[in-house]
Design a protein around this ligand. Structure first.
Ligand code: PHE
Length: 461
């Protein structure tokens, strides 16, 4: 049966005017996936969790669990054509499944509260490339520069607010339309710059140890918690499990090939992450940094690579600028989850919804921004606010969200509805692929996520 679907450009409910071409859909969705998760978080967690073995588990989580959930979200979003909660209410009226949407909105809010801080550090480092003059390869010097930044409460707050304000301005000025054009240019540029950094990094004396760290698994470091961390990272990096992909799916064109789009996003996202790893780890070992440096790893290692290159400061400006743009693509997608809900349910204008959301994040972001200074001793379950927001979102909200989404699609929404979306109402001849993904969503994804969650929290051994 051919069901009449609104054309994106004609759909009224909070439709983002950016999704008008197929390539645009891919780019903007990719813009959500590629961000600080790839450039900052992936290297940080890989370093803290022992390298190659973690990378392998993470790859498996992204492909086996992340991809099916992503395409399920796109399909549900395009069927619902509403915000996260609205879509769930439309797909499963008079039930509790709207909770998936509520989890998404909460997750988007908490992620933004710490993500905007890291984006703030990135912006601050654009300035450092100018003010530092000669860059250093010395671990102690570079660590000190980072520590000075993050332990200064005034700077921590200001840089976060700069990011939030810039985000608000982009939306208020309606430049969102330009985001597709920006991503079209900035992602390939980021790719090229990463290639340059990789070439320098892997040719440093002593770089081989970094490659070994990244590619030679040492399974002795792997625990159940590592697996949960890898799963959380995979979902975080792909922006799945919290309705972000569902919200964007609502803007997909009716002739968008969802399985192909989702697969491309997952592969490109993996590629950029691996490239960030290749840019960072050889240098970490060549210069004697600690791979376990965590949140600071990107910020202390990258300047050292640039220090050993001609025009290093110039390249560093471009690198952090492009990273800031990548972060912006992700931030805009997070905002969209919340603002589309506020617009639809409280009949707020887009500008008001954005202002309310950004104001809220500025407030909730304060304790996260000050986690290395004034609020360092405020612990929630033994974690600073920054770490707590990060842990709760990646490891709990996104994984539980992904679990519920797969159960919903596999057991409630069922194959015919999923297939109708994945095949564009029968226009695409991709039954086999769709059956495979349905099988994954019904049996494999929920069981694996459930087991990883239980074991990650020490409930089964
Ligand atoms: N995927 C983004 C990144 O890697 C972060 C993100 C998470 C964006 C969840 C939207 C939703 O940086």
């Amino acid at each position: 049966m051919m069901k009449k679907q609104d054309d994106v450009s004609k759909t009224k409910t909070s439709v983002n005017p950016i999704f008008t071409t197929k390539l645009g859909v891919l780019l903007v969705t990719l813009g959500s996936a590629v961000g600080l998760g790839n450039i900052w978080k992936f290297p940080a967690l890989t370093g803290m969790n022992g390298g190659a073995a973690f990378v392998l588990i993470y790859l498996l989580c992204a492909v086996v669990l992340g991809l099916p959930v992503m395409l399920a979200e796109h399909a549900m979003g395009r069927e619902g054509r509403k915000d996260v909660i609205g879509t769930m209410q439309k797909l499963a009226p008079k039930s509790l499944w709207w909770v998936i949407g509520a989890i998404g909105i909460l997750a988007a809010f908490l992620i933004m509260s710490f993500y905007s801080e890291v984006a703030g550090w990135v912006v601050a480092y654009i300035g450092k490339a100018v003010t530092l003059g000669r860059l250093s390869t010395d671990p102690a010097t570079n660590s000190q520069i980072f520590t000075d930044l993050v332990t200064d409460p005034a700077q921590s707050l200001i840089w976060q607010w700069v990011v939030l304000l810039a985000t608000g301005l982009i939306i208020a000025l309606g430049v969102v339309k330009g985001i597709e054009a920006t991503i079209k240019r900035s992602l390939p540029l980021l790719f090229v710059l990463l290639v340059i950094v990789i070439v320098r990094s892997v040719t440093l004396p002593g770089a081989a140890a970094g490659l070994e760290f990244l590619f030679k698994p040492d399974w002795s470091k792997v625990t159940f918690t590592t697996v949960l961390t890898a799963l959380g990272l995979a979902f975080f990096k792909l922006s799945v499990g919290m309705g972000c992909m569902m919200t964007y799916g609502a803007y997909f064109r009716k002739d968008q090939d969802i399985p192909v789009t989702a697969t491309r996003i997952v592969l490109l996202d993996l590629l950029i992450s691996m490239m960030a790893g290749l840019a960072i780890f050889p240098a970490v070992f060549a210069f004697g940094f600690e791979p376990t440096a965590g949140a600071s790893l990107l910020f202390i290692t990258i300047p050292a690579v640039f220090a050993s290159m001609p025009f290093g400061n110039f390249f560093m400006i471009i690198f952090f600028f492009l990273t800031a743009l990548a972060a912006m693509g992700a931030i805009l997608s997070l905002l969209e989850v919340i603002t589309s809900y506020l617009e639809n349910n409280f009949k707020l204008k887009r500008a008001t919804a954005t202002a309310v959301t950004i104001g809220g994040i500025a407030l909730f972001g304060v304790p996260a921004a000050l986690s290395n200074s004034s609020t360092a001793s405020w612990l929630v379950f033994g974690k600073t606010f920054f770490d707590f927001y990060d842990f709760v979102t990646s490891n709990i909200l996104l994984t539980v969200g992904g679990l519920l989404i797969s159960i919903f699609v596999g057991w409630v929404w069922k194959y015919p509805k999923l297939n109708a979306q994945l095949s564009n109402q029968g226009e695409l001849q991709n039954e086999k692929v769709n059956k495979f993904f349905f099988f994954m969503l019904k049996f494999v994804t929920p069981v694996l996520i459930f087991l990883i969650l239980l074991s990650g929290f020490g409930l089964v051994k």
